[in-house]
Design a protein around this ligand. Sequence first.
Ligand code: NAP
Length: 550
Amino acid sequence: MKVTQPNARHLDAIIVGAGLSGIYQLLSLRDKLGMNVKVFEAGEGVGGTWHHNRYPGARCDSESHSYMFYFSQALVQSWEWSERYPQQSEIQRYIDHVADFFKLRPDMVFNTRVNAAAYDDAANLWRVQTSDGQSWSADYLITAVGCLSSANVPAIEGLDSFKGQWVHTSAWPKEGVDMRGKRVGVVGTGSTGIQAIPVIAEQAGHLTVFQRTANYSIPARNAPLSEDFKQYVKEKAQDIRQLMNETPNAHCFRIDPRSALEVSEEERLAVYEAAWAKGGLQFRATFADLLRDKQANDTAAEFIKAKIRQVVKDPEKAALLSDIDHPFAAKRPPIDSHYFETYNRNNVSLVDIRSHPIERITPQGIKTAKAQYDLDIIVFATGFDAMTGSLLRMNISGRQGLSLKDAWAAGPRTYLGLQIPKFPNLFTITGPGSPSVLCNLPPQIEQHVNWITDCIAYMRDNGIQQIEADEQASDDWVQQVNEAANATLLPQVLHSWYLGANVPGKPRVFMPYAGGFGRYRGICDEVVANRYRGFHLHCQLAGSSLQTDK
Ligand code: NAP
């Protein structure tokens, strides 16, 4: 898309997206650096992914005290979570609270999508067109579009002909979907499906779950937070933040340094039982080598499969649900509230679409290779065009009109997940190549936003007008991302969205950095200490083109 700019208004920076990353980036540039900044947001309010993912059962899978900002003591003291794993509505209230606490809304433009953004080589500016027909220019363009915001609605033949209602979980209608007494089908058993299925089962007349890949899930053991715990979070905020900065997944739990294979079977089972009883993502932290050693992983996998077979009474359903084809936690492991128990309800059936795939959607429902299932509502819990989808949808072009689509035709190529060669002064918060979805997001968002803000301050203080990732440094980083992934079991799951494998035609590239948050922070800090090694910094000499400053 060509970006024309007859009456463009100029800003110091444009931020795309008003989720957690967009609002902290706005606060940092506006209040720390005094910049003139606007956030453009397609939704009608702040919240990003949490604004749109209002499906029944939507909750955070990180513990609430880790899923918040710690950069401001005043903010920490102003907020209390009610539950261990807060619901979507409570997270939305938190994000609204942050926006109001720092009076951010006046610099945000809602219901407005960025339709195109083009780098102007001659002027060293970003030229941006928004869906309200306005034109803008800015020195910096910062994407804060999240990793999981572009819905993956499967292109199944006949969807248009369906006479009932269909909905994707990430675009859940604000007014809700009335499922009472209805025949509901859910396609997808990832984290979203696993959260939604138990709640939908309580509402629907009959629920049919269409499972392609069986999945592990650990009980969340969600519960209200005690007053003591709420007090602990306020008093120990700095310790909590420190802990998250040190752990590989930026969560509040440490990984046991032992191998699952070095302890006796009795001890190993006791460890797993205790972790199962405690619940939550920390089941992954029971032993150090669960994600590195297949034999170690098998011990956890077998434990969970046995639990599934214990919980699910119908042997046929139990067999289907426990027939899991990948190592535990090699796909993002869901946590649940009564997911497997739900299959013991009389109004819930399970259809194996691995053996008998969906052939088409008919006016009445879903037809698989084996049978027709009549439905009133179809819920697609089929995930996202993760990490790159929202960036590519924005029609971004860099030097000499190079489109991001072409630049990334073979998969995303970034330096540190922060910048893309040939796209100067563009920063991508939690972009592909950063730990992003492999870690708890708020600590990473803080780290990325602080890094970008410090970088822009450094540029300003040193008269630098342009920063651009070096081609070789980016290739080396992609290599490091691959090596980090290959040291784990993660790339072994061929249908994982980490690899882009859930979207037909998407290049198969392992996208997040799996080397750990602590290590990643260290690399980013070291790059800065070495005067932004791997980036080209240019300063404008009067009346001449841009020159390298070193
Ligand atoms: P997902 O993990 O990609 O799962 C999608 C599900 O839909 C899978 O079971 C997949 O089967 C199935 N599917 C996809 N296309 C299909 C098709 N054409 N036909 C039949 N089945 C199809 O997506 P998600 O569950 O939305 O989760 C994505 C990520 O969002 C999570 O991993 C997590 O990071 C995040 N999330 C976080 C929270 C939270 O609490 N913070 C909650 C929900 C989600 P296959 O496995 O066979 O592809």
